[in-house]
Design a protein around this ligand. Sequence first.
Ligand code: ADP
Ligand code: ZN
Length: 669
Amino acid sequence: MIRVAVNAPLLEPLSYLENPEFMSHRGDIVHVSLGRRQCLGIVLGKDSRAPQSGIEYKPIVTKEQQWPSFDDTFLKWLEWVADYYIYPLGQVAQQALPPLDRSLKKRASKRPPVVPVLERTVKPTLTEEQQNCLKNINISDGFSAHLIHGVTGSGKTEIYLRLFEECLSKNKKGIFLLPEISLTPQLVSRFVERFGNEVAVFHSQLTDRERTDQWWEIVEGEKKILIGARSALFCPLKNLGLIVVDEEHETSFKQDEKLKYNGRDCAVMLAKMSNCPIILGSATPSMESWKNHIDGKYKLHTLKSRVAFRPLPEIEIVDMRIEKDKQDRKAQLPFWLSQNLYDKMVHTLEKKEQVALLLNRRGIANMVFCRGCGYSAECPNCDVSLILHGKNHLVCHYCDYHENFKLRCPDCTEGELAPMGLGTEKVEEDLKILFPEARLARADRDEIQSRTDMEDLISNMEKQHIDILIGTQMIAKGLDFAHLNLVGLLLADVGFNLPDFRATEKSFQLIMQMSGRSGRHTEQAGRVVIQTYNTTHDSLVYAQNHDYLGFAQHELQSREPLHYPPFHKMIVFRVQSMNSDTAQKTAQMIKSRLLSIAEKYESHFKNIEVLGPAFAPLARLKNQYRLHIIVKSAQPKALNALARQMLADEKWIPSQARIIVDVDPASLL
Ligand code: ADP
Ligand code: ZN
């Protein structure tokens, strides 16, 4: 008999009989019957167990011919992913296949090519720090893991380019992984300028046809370097020689639906199994990777200075609590703008340089509330406030619920509803009045909805058709503009108090990233002004001094006693149900199952902490009540085994409830 991982929500593979007409081998993609239907499956190997009596085993139906079989290394990696994230292997494997059938005749497409055609450019002479880093990374020695900690603009990308060159010269292929948001046309161009048409690109805005074409070109070996967001890992490359993960700290490497994998962590495992080196790079490495360096698992390479002796930006912190009482403050300034930042904006614009303002909130107002009775407009489906967009549009940012904004309070019917707080749209409105001559652009999810929107924005920034750019975190990542010399963080506090153990780390990273956009191409230091109501927040103090090391030490120290990652592993079980009672009862059942398993197999499950159940900070989304049970342990394997035991035999789960397992959660909201 043959074990097959079927494309169905089953955690265990099924057994089938060998089809007498052909032999099946490990890695083959086959069709098997499952109940009354047929589905795809991956052959895992011979089943050594004796057939169980009473079960009627069926033969494998056919072998699928259109795709090559998975090779052993890649299949082992898929098995690891499925095992680690407690997800059906057959469904994991599905992600490794292209979405469409191959069509050999390429139809002419109206869209621009996925990979542009560009002249090759000359390589810069490496700085000493870059040379040292390259000298210390030997890519021909099989698996090794490296962490490049380099300040923004220190030339990390140039190092990656050289490593890929070396990889290609050894006739091997490479993967360059980065967050979707950093996969800009600027970045792709830099690779194409170096490697011409050996580059393939994978991102979420490709059509299924484009994705299928890129898949075949890389799988058949026409292209040698695959640049992509996390899903590129699932492209079954043969002969892998190098993986680079840039901006490794980004939590967007974690997929937050279905298979909740972390692309960075899976990349490390793929490198290990492919016996090739992996390079993780960041200006603000994640606590996980930093701890791996401390523990000696990753080799650290540090780039302390920007290339060409360009100085790091000068960061000033403005206390908004005292700002409003200031004597010299011009009366016409809106409440969100300090005199200091305003003066620097005027000065920068006079010099014909560019300004970017970051506010991590879309819309006109944060919320609307009644001055009479205190009522605030909330989403009927979610436990969150509605956000005012334009003049009369109230929107829920979680479920997209819309309603018209009415001035009269629906609750007390007397008071008037007033917008409160601040969003990017409001900032833009105020700026139009303050700087009537300036050309403004706004970059948030309302304005930038496609890759073309982003490309237009970048090209307008490069051509200096924009003087002031206002944006959400969308503009903080990866962009590189020659004339951008002033960056303002309007309200650094937005992320400070999120109920998530990574809130401080995320704030610190965002501030450092955004600061890094300023003055990337000048001899004079770029300027950064951070406005806040909490000037002593850890993330600010360390960021102002460009002190990553100090921050990391402090942050790790505060996590260790609480057993938070990276010290302990964490799995979250989220229960969702339309019915609050069902959700709470199911959550309670999970807890008691966990506790009784831990008690029964005490020697296996020592030192496992079970927290909750408690309503998630976002207690209701899209009409679903949400509860969390958090399990922590210093032993990842035990944690995984406990979770599997708990989930086994699903009959106890009420039909109106869903249980979602999130291993190494990126967010606890
Ligand atoms: P990072 O990835 O660390 O932010 P980049 O590799 O993007 O840094 O480098 C920042 C800028 O400096 C880019 O415009 C890049 O082309 C340029 N650059 C990189 N290395 C060198 C070098 N050795 N000499 C001159 N310019 C360089
Ligand atoms: Zn909603």
